[in-house]
Design a protein around this ligand. Structure first.
Ligand code: FAD
Ligand code: SF4
Length: 451
């Protein structure tokens, strides 16, 4: 176990990790560009962009502050709603959230919606560059003497811990990995955000006075009942479980790897990857499948094919992400499933069968099997759950792939235990995890102080 109170995680990232080869799809705005863009905003009353934001950032207000050159005040407005605002500015699917709701979408089409994400990024980068973020959050309240354990150091726990710390509670985050940030550090596509940005944000939260213990796997190194005995409250922010598998023959061959595991290698480790890989196959149809396919192309794999068992209209990946993958040269093979992986020790081809719907059920078409060459297969067929860990906390219920919580508070069936983020919503976005972490912190504060 490693206990951290002063923080320098960014320096632990290998400088030669593959993700550094990616161009940034979110370049920063200059001040002039930001002010000009901010002046396009109509500062709508009951702004639909704010209503579409899970953290309810007062978007019209922060954009107005940018338009008058008051950038740090803009950052304060943003941070008062969303502590993970730097990462959200980069990774949020703004097309379907704030920018998708902007009134410009319903005008004559002559102007695009306001680039809210880029304006938020501009304000937050200015605040980080001036080392002003902690001061923008205001003073911490006097210590309450209450101790809270938070499981996992992803966006949900970081948002929860920041709010609780500002309210005078003592927070300890237990994280199994060496680096904090959760999927913000080791999952998000590198062209959206590199690992050091996720770490910078995590370091800021830790700088508020949150203790982080890395290399601690709750359930293995620490027992849930001991945490319940030692702490006044517990927050479950452990996210989803490991990559899923299909259980088809040959899946144990080398060269077949879970998508999240592969992305982690790209983002945080320094090994040379994918050398000699001419064909890679990505199995799945969600956003993670798209991300891994685009990352493989970006790292120079000549042929990347996405294999999905149904049609394009059934894919859960956002349309704009699918377009991005096509633009990057990813090939799509719909209505196919893997039936066998082939190779001696290492995968060299994949046998696929065609699929079709019969009476509403998906079936393989008899006699349709064919081989495709591949030296690498990324399995993006969903992640498992951490049900055993969560239900080891007495009274915590788990249903339909997530912890059962009161959606207004994150409260579980155990009065001392709250949950938020992917473990409680089944897997959404960073901004949802942030909103749920903060919401749970407010409810925990009420529970702990009786306010
Ligand atoms: C490949 C990929 C790409 C994504 N891209 C985007 C994107 O572009 N935009 C977006 O908004 N969202 C994206 N998401 C979703 C987003 O990353 C998650 O919704 C968000 O990170 C959830 O936050 P969390 O804190 O609930 O969980 P996580 O970020 O998963 O953090 C959970 C933490 O808990 C730790 N943990 C787990 N078990 C234990 C244990 N037993 N003991 C101690 N620690 C433990 C984990 O190591 C991890 O650090 C992506 C997800 C994936 C998988
Ligand atoms: S909806 Fe668009 S124009 Fe209106 S306040 Fe939000 S960003 Fe500005």
């Amino acid at each position: 176990m490693h206990v951290t109170t002063t923080i320098s995680f960014q320096s632990q990232l290998p400088g030669d990790r593959p993700e550094v080869r990616f161009k940034d799809h979110h370049p920063s705005l200059t001040e002039r560009e930001a002010v000009l863009e901010a002046r396009r905003c109509l500062y709508c009353f009951d702004a639909p962009c704010q209503q579409a934001c899970p953290t309810s950032i007062d978007i019209a207000s922060f954009i107005r502050k940018i338009s008058t050159g008051n950038t740090l005040a803009a950052a304060r407005t943003i941070l008062s709603a969303n502590i993970n605002a730097l990462s959200c500015a980069r990774v949020c699917p703004t097309q379907v959230l704030c920018e998708g709701a902007c009134v410009y979408n319903h005008r004559d089409g002559s102007q695009p919606p306001i680039h809210i994400g880029r304006l938020q990024q501009f304000a937050m980068e200015a605040a980080y560059a001036k080392n002003a973020v902690a001061s923008l959050l205001g003073d911490k309240r006097a210590s309450t003497g209450k101790k809270i354990a938070l499981l996992g150091a992803g966006p949900a726990s970081l948002a929860c811990a920041a709010e609780l710390t500002l309210r005078g509670h003592q927070c300890v985050i237990l994280e199994q990995r060496a680096l904090p940030g959760g999927l913000n550090t080791n999952g998000v596509a590198p062209y959206k955000m590199k690992a050091d940005v996720g770490l910078l944000e995590a370091e800021m939260v830790l700088g508020l006075g949150v203790e982080l213990r890395t290399g601690v796997t709750v359930g293995k190194d620490v027992k849930p009942e001991d945490l319940l005995a030692e702490y006044d409250a517990v927050f479950l922010g452990v996210g989803l479980g490991p990559d899923g598998r299909l259980a088809v023959p040959g899946e144990e061959l080398a060269g077949i790897i879970g998508a999240v595991e592969l992305i982690d290698q790209v983002k945080t480790r320094g090994q040379p990857l994918f050398e000699g890989v001419a064909h890679a196959v990505v199995v799945g149809g969600g956003n993670t499948a798209i991300d891994v396919a685009r990352e493989l192309r970006g790292l120079g794999v000549p042929e990347v094919t996405m294999v999905y068992r149904r049609g394009p209209e059934h894919m859960s990946a956002y349309a704009h992400e699918q377009d991005g993958a096509r633009h990057d040269g990813v090939r799509f093979l719909h209505w196919h499933v893997p039936v066998r992986f082939n190779g001696e020790g290492k995968v060299s081809s994949l046998t696929l069968a065609r699929t079709r719907l019969e009476d509403g059920r998906l079936r393989n078409v008899p006699g349709s099997e064919a081989d495709v060459p591949c030296e690498l297969v990324a399995m993006a067929v969903g992640q498992g759950t951490l049900k055993d860990l969560c239900t080891a906390f007495a009274g915590v219920d788990f249903r339909d792939g997530h912890v059962v919580v009161d959606p207004d508070t994150g409260a579980t069936g155990n009065a001392k235990v709250f949950a938020g983020g992917d473990v409680a919503n089944g897997g959404k976005e960073v901004v949802n995890a942030t909103a749920e972490g903060k919401r749970a912190a407010l409810a925990m504060d009420r529970m702990l102080t009786g306010a």
